[in-house]
Design a protein around this ligand. Structure first.
Ligand code: ATP
Length: 285
């Protein structure tokens, strides 16, 4: 089997009895009105299909429309044209089966690690004892058992991110949307967190869309990588990454095939990054 298969996703109706894809964006466009009152198109004729249990990464030039893609899946933004479906159903609002992790974590500063992680199940009506048992279990899984009573300001960036992952995975999301979750971390911590994420995700069956500026991160994590064009974003190419799992970040970076895959995808991405940079220079900001 080839390690890398560029392809365009083809939209096909699911066969009778077959599981619907977790996420589908079909011919989606998203337009905004700028503060100056001009119409601008962020996404154009955008197609994406993420299967159940699949890990998709999205890369593209700065400002091209990556976060807008996630906002459409959450239901926080509506498409101007086309259709967005989650588990085969049109997105109608914020779905409780969807979890998020962003660049800045969403920890409650006045709550301990334990209370932060238990907050989700408590909000969903899980009895208190059970919610706290689950929270302790997830805190242990992210190796923070000794820090249950600490507050977010007493933790390092990497530890806060571990809390954010526990806070998300405890809700057993069917779909996980991640917007540059590790970009503020130093390189070593980032590598550890990537391993942590894969370990937590494997076996959950959750479908992931992970937005990143870091192509190596995308290739190391993903089953497939979407390369977007400079805005308005449309899908330039989808690359299927068939590197075997489980993957260990600190080792995979030195794997010859990994390096080759990164080079091939970078060839597709480079042109778009250059277009994006040129536009920034032309506009002066
Ligand atoms: N609510 C909004 N109103 C107006 N314009 C918006 C809105 N949200 C996004 N945009 C514009 O849409 C374009 C795409 O934005 P988006 O945040 O999706 O890009 P991105 O690829 O995630 O950016 P970055 O690489 O900086 O994270 C940008 O030009 C942005 O200014």
């Amino acid at each position: 089997m080839p390690l890398l298969t560029p392809s365009r996703d083809v939209q096909r109706p699911a066969a009778a009895g077959a599981a619907a894809p977790a996420i589908e964006l079909v011919n989606v466009s998203r337009r905004f009105v700028t503060p100056e009152g001009k119409a601008m198109t962020a996404l154009r004729d955008f197609d994406m299909v993420v299967g159940q249990g699949e890990f998709a990464c999205v890369v593209g030039p700065t400002g091209c429309g990556k976060s807008t893609t996630l906002n459409l899946v959450t239901g926080l933004a509506r498409p101007s044209a086309g259709e967005v479906r989650v588990m085969g159903q049109p997105v109608g609002g914020v779905d409780p089966g969807v979890g998020f992790v962003f660049q800045t974590d969403a920890l409650f500063p006045w709550r301990s690690v334990l209370d932060n992680v238990a907050a989700g199940p408590l909000y969903r009506g899980v009895p208190r004892k059970e919610a706290y048992e689950k929270a302790r279990d997830w805190i242990a899984r992210v190796h923070l058992a000794k820090f249950e009573q600490h507050y977010p300001h007493q933790l390092s960036g990497g530890m806060r991110k571990r809390v954010a992952l526990a806070q998300t995975f405890i809700n057993e999301p069917k779909i996980l949307l991640m917007d540059e979750p590790f970009s503020a971390l130093d390189v070593q911590t980032r590598t550890l967190m990537q391993d942590e994420l894969l370990a937590l995700w494997s076996g959950t069956g959750a479908s992931v869309v992970f937005v990143t500026h870091d192509l190596e991160e995308a290739v190391a994590l993903a089953d497939k990588v979407y390369v977007l064009t400079a805005g308005p974003a449309t899908v330039k190419t989808v690359f299927n990454v068939d590197l075997p799992r489980p993957r260990v970040m600190s080792e995979i970076r030195y794997d010859q095939h990994f390096v080759e895959v990164c080079k091939v995808i970078w060839d597709a991405l480079r042109e778009e990054v250059q277009i994006g940079q040129q536009r920034t220079m032309d506009s002066g900001h």
